[in-house]
Design a protein around this ligand. Structure first.
Ligand code: EPZ
Length: 447
């Protein structure tokens, strides 16, 4: 177990190269299970969730080779229909359920253990997967979800294309249904599909491998069944959420950060809110700069929504900014039942926040003070880093494995921007540090 110590108060300035999208990478790597050839995939972020999904594929019989930093070849030609990975791996990574769609589509049968996932208010029942099941059943599969396993079968036969209306806009169900439909006979039409950039990235990957997925990025996606995916090369899109997180760090520290290698239009939903708060945003080719040189931030209201709305995966980061902005702001979490577990950590640092159901009210102008705090999940962990950078004194963040599930090289990237951040393992803390620890939880969970 590791923790970070951050001494706040440094203005962050400089450039940061944004990694590939974690949530696209985990889907695309799983999609390689459907490919009867070798995939060369570049711009893969080397983060915890990617390691987990690669371990799952390896257990299933894939041959994965790191050919260069952030570049891998994945060969799933020897994967068998009845392949199953170790149960605990499925529980470590939400995206493990993409193996179900990919294998069901390719072999007409598949089994995975129930995926884990950050508990955004769903308790022991876990985050719902009814729309995934609806998609598979519409394509002709029988799906059984019991005893910790999900099994989808069509007697080893090809699925049949169908029209599917998603009752909710779901990234995961859209991706899983596309994966299952790639080899289905005829045409599959997915209505009310998710529009997120990583859904488009997954579709582009599949098309490069020989699939015929049309309309990704709109709410109607058509998948024309093909016989085989043959392999090829692909480069993953830059991470909208990682970029947005660094832009928030510029705002929180009165600094100036340029995120490089981004798709600026994917960031509009984030940068427009930062502009509302008084942050200066400049766009130049594939770079976006946020600067807020010692200017006070203004409060605003934020409501999360599926893309192109304000991303739920940026909600903890913007809430943290609102804590130090002038005025009162309201944040409404409209995607997940409860994604405010981290508010208590901010309160420990002096934030004045209250929650009522899906709304949080943030009284601004708080003077944040360093404290021992916990990364309660991946994006909450990123928000704690923002809080630590803006706070006076030392902030110790424990359970940073959550952060490292999705942010590549975050400590080094922050240091190059001028942050005073150090990484420690907990044994060193006991022996060398005089700062009280913040407690920790067992490693697990997943985005
Ligand atoms: C993906 O999760 C992301 N994870 C999440 O990012 C992100 O918060 C979420 O999309 C929304 O953008 C990955 O891509 C690995 P959903 P996913 O299905 O696919 C409801 C991060 O921090 N729903 O789009 O699991 C669900 O309850 C993570 O990187 C159903 O009702 O999310 C939620 O309210 C956290 N039935 C809404 O849809 C279903 O069958 C959106 O969920 C599926 C979902």
């Amino acid at each position: 177990m590791k923790h970070y110590d951050i001494i706040g108060g440094e203005r962050l300035t400089g450039n940061v190269d944004i990694s590939g999208t974690k949530n696209a990478a985990v889907a695309i790597i799983a999609a390689a299970l459907a490919v009867d050839g070798v995939c060369y995939i570049d711009n893969i972020p080397e983060v915890g969730d990617v390691t987990t999904i690669m371990e799952i594929l390896t257990c299933l019989g894939a041959l994965i080779t790191r050919v260069a930093p952030n570049a891998y070849s994945i060969d799933c030609r020897d994967v068998k229909p009845d392949a199953v990975a170790r149960v605990e791996l499925y529980g470590k990574c939400r995206a493990s359920y993409y193996a179900l769609g990919a294998l069901l589509g390719r072999f007409g049968e598949a089994i995975v253990a129930t995926p884990g996932g950050c508990d955004f208010g769903y308790g022991s029942s876990g985050r719902p997967i009814d729309q995934h099941i609806k998609g598979f059943e519409a394509l002709g599969a029988d799906v059984e979800h019991s005893g910790g396993w999900i099994r989808a079968v069509n007697n080893g036969k090809k699925l049949r294309g169908n029209r599917i209306y998603m009752d909710v806009v779901s990234v995961g169900a859209t991706i899983n249904t596309i994966l299952a439909a790639v080899f289905a006979e005829g045409t599959t039409i997915i209505e009310n599909a998710a529009l997120e950039p990583h859904v488009v990235d997954l579709a582009n990957f599949l098309n490069k491998m020989g699939a015929a997925v049309r309309g990704a990025g709109s709410s109607t996606i058509r998948v024309y069944g093909v016989d085989r995916l043959v392999g090829g090369d692909y480069s993953i899109l830059p991470d909208q959420i990682e970029a947005g997180t660094y832009l928030c760090m510029a705002a929180a520290t009165g600094g100036k950060i340029t995120v490089r290698n981004v798709v600026p239009r994917h960031l509009y939903c984030i940068t427009s809110k930062l502009s509302d708060m008084g942050v200066r945003i400049e766009e130049n080719g594939d770079c976006v700069t946020a600067s807020s040189a010692r200017k006070r931030l203004r409060s605003t209201n934020v409501k999360t929504a599926p893309y192109p709305g304000f991303p739920t995966d940026m909600q903890p980061q913007i809430t943290t900014l609102l804590c130090i902005a002038d005025g009162t702001g309201k944040v409404t979490e409209a995607v997940w039942d409860n994604r405010f577990q981290y508010l208590e950590q901010l309160q420990n640092m002096g934030a004045i926040v209250s929650q009522s159901g899906r709304d949080a009210v943030i009284e601004g102008s708080a003077k944040l003070t360093g404290a021992p705090i916990i990364a309660t999940d991946l994006r909450a962990g990123a928000a704690m880093v923002i809080a630590g950078l803006a706070a006076e004194g030392v902030t110790r963040i424990s359970d940073v494995w959550e952060i490292e599930r999705g942010y590549e090289d975050i400590v080094e990237k922050l240091r190059r921007l001028g942050a005073n951040i150090t990484i420690h393992n907990d044994i060193e803390v006991v022996e060398t540090s005089d700062i009280a620890g913040g407690g920790s939880r067992a490693e697990g969970g997943a985005a």
